[in-house]
Design a binder for this molecule. Sequence first.
Ligand code: ATP
Ligand code: MG
Length: 451
Amino acid sequence: MKTHTDSLSPRSIVQELDKFVIGQNNAKKSVAIALRNRWRRRLVEGAMRDEIIPNNIVMIGPTGVGKTEIARRLAKLSGAPFIKVEATKFTEVGYVGRDVESMIRDLTDLAVNSVKAEQTASVREAASHAAEERILDVLIPPVNKSGIGYKDEAPEENHATRQMFREQLRNGELDEKTIEMDLAVPQGNGVNVFGPVGLEEMGINIQDMFGNMMPKKNKKRKVKIAEARVLLEQEEAEKLVDMDAVLKDAVERVETMGIVFIDEIDKVAGNQGKSGPDVSRQGVQRDLLPIVEGSSVSTKHGVVKTDHILFIASGAFHVSKPSDLIPELQGRFPIRVELDSLTEEDFIKILTQPENALIKQYVAMLKTEGVHLTFEEDAVSEIAAIAAKVNEEVVNIGARRLHTILSTLLEDILFDTPDAIEEKNITITKELVSDRLRDIAGDQDMSKFIL
Ligand SMILES: Nc1ncnc2c1ncn2[C@@H]1O[C@H](COP(=O)(O)OP(=O)(O)OP(=O)(O)O)[C@@H](O)[C@H]1O
Ligand SMILES: [Mg+2]
């Protein structure tokens, strides 16, 4: 199976990441190499291929500097199944925690959905054609000279009528007309089948098991043609998509390309205590170990081998250190990268450069209402300066600070838009930023609450 990163060198992966994440070059480089290595592995022949294990990565850095963002963009870029989990979720299984294998099941579910969506998209045309034919069959029941028959044998006039209706149908002229037709009843509707406790945790869903065994039921229903078309397209698409192939492909993608991002790994580090919270933290690490080392997890879509899944762990490691992780786990995360705290200059770039930059987002949102928002250059610098100041004086939350600052800054503008669309230009100047924010930023108590 091909993905577009098949042709991307580590250098171009970094370039792609640069479009969204400012700075953090070491981290970008490491993930780019890890991604490329998996592709290299797939090209290696013979037994060696199974020997090569992924270079799992620990990203170390304060909050809000782009750790999650890098991993998320990487996954998107490579089309790889991606899931983000918090390590702390797995403490105390049975009380509040989830079992660790659930991350692999969730990842597989995601992969199945996305492969299915791809397949569905690829049969869309055929499905919509089939749906159209079924509606036409209801509108003009196929007849031939003897009264009943098949549309293939239908006389010329029938073909002509059918063609006429088909055109009306395509133009949407018949959308409001109501027809009565056989439609598949959504399965399991209204009936909940509960399995024995525990099955759910194993990822086995009784409903799915029986749902597929029971024959599909059809029911005559009266619906508008527009609605019928949507329902029938789904029905036909489902018939055309080969679910076995979807599952096989999805499991393969998870096994060879999957990326699991384990956040807050530092919160489960700490091996001092022989009792208390450290025990359960170590427990999480021990639970993680087999999955990271490579094991087989049974999911409702089949058994998934985790040997070549790429794990990226991340944490601030303010209190604990990577060396506080249990040794086996440290060995499984051979690559360590540190991310830098963000500076005022970084903030300026983050506000303006990425394709999804915050300022671009607000400009795009307001444009829908005819408001043309522009930021003067020194206004942006001022915002960045205030963000850096508040981060330093209150608490450093990295680039997330920009969200709170911008929403405070733009609150009035966002609130004041009139009920009717009205074209206008608004320019954000340095003075405006200062007026609106300097007082709040200057007062530590106020900025604790507002910014
Ligand atoms: N270097 C950066 N370039 C561009 N945007 C960034 C950068 N760092 C953070 N951001 C933005 O800040 C927000 C938070 O970043 P992210 O989720 O990556 O933080 P994090 O490092 O994972 O923090 P945490 O340790 O709290 O999970 C995101 O919306 C992201 O777009
Ligand atoms: Mg994060």
